[in-house]
Design a protein around this ligand. Sequence first.
Ligand SMILES: NC(=O)c1ccc[n+]([C@@H]2O[C@H](COP(=O)([O-])OP(=O)(O)OC[C@H]3O[C@@H](n4cnc5c(N)ncnc54)[C@H](OP(=O)(O)O)[C@@H]3O)[C@@H](O)[C@H]2O)c1
Length: 285
Amino acid sequence: MADDLTPIEIPTVRLNDGTDYPSVALGTYGLRGSEGAAAIAGAIDNGYRLIDSAFRYDNEGAVGAGVRQSSVPREQIFVTSKIPGRYHDYDATITTVQESVYRTGLDYIDLYLIHWPLPRIGKYIEVYKALLEMRESGLIKAVGVSNFLPEHLQAVIDATGDVPVINQIEFHPYFPQLDAIEIHRELGVQTESWSPVGRGNEMANEPVIREIAARHGKSPVQIILRWHTQLGTIPLPKSANSGRQRENLDIFDVTLTEDEIAAISALGRPDGRISGQDPAVHEEF
Ligand SMILES: NC(=O)c1ccc[n+]([C@@H]2O[C@H](COP(=O)([O-])OP(=O)(O)OC[C@H]3O[C@@H](n4cnc5c(N)ncnc54)[C@H](OP(=O)(O)O)[C@@H]3O)[C@@H](O)[C@H]2O)c1
């Protein structure tokens, strides 16, 4: 059907540097090689304009290839990458950003995040300063963070006077970090949600979500994603499947009520993290 090829347009959110970002992004963990590049190119043609990635995912090449293979001009697409723990050092950060850009085969990366704060190592402020230098150089356009707790955000802001545009954190109905969204809002930091649909686990089968989905004529996953956007966070669902990619963008023709949003947030559990990755202690390199 011709309709299948029409990109889905979605609303934008304004970041603290004045840039308008799409309100839904594409997760890419596991999308690698030619198959990954094709899935990413297809997602862009389906309407995705904000593409997540990380040095650690070993797929910056596939992201760059996907951008080139798509029918959308590069300047309309926002590419994200992240610095891994193994390079938490000023000079290593500079080289890693350069390597990321070379891997993508693009001229620049739009958004570069610190993947985890690694407070035991204690170098995230140094890394942030190196990313600011890279922003100055034009190799990246914006600097953000991931998995930062409020104290890490405050430390970066105090040390540099710069406010990260985004903090990408674990966020889904089993772990809705509503306090974090509020703190981010006060600081001027946009929240982004990783594993927004719980990696396709049993979350979508929760009776309360299924009921709301039936009421609105949407799928449970669509209801979860709309919950994210109404809370003001950018979800980054990963899908390799074109139909599900489109499903995950086609959420803006319904509006959940305050009660429905609260009912989904009430699924949250203190131990709701998918893999128990607490940024205060979690380390990956
Ligand atoms: N910053 C961090 O530390 C961090 C950590 C984890 C993840 N991330 C980022 O966040 C992204 C998303 O998280 P995630 O990949 O862990 O999990 P997710 O996006 O919550 O879930 C992805 C899973 O859900 C399935 N799925 C997607 N849409 C669906 C739909 N409409 N109906 C049914 N199933 C659907 C996908 O399968 P199909 O592909 O077959 O559709 C895949 O198995 C990652 O890809 C990565 O970019 C960042």
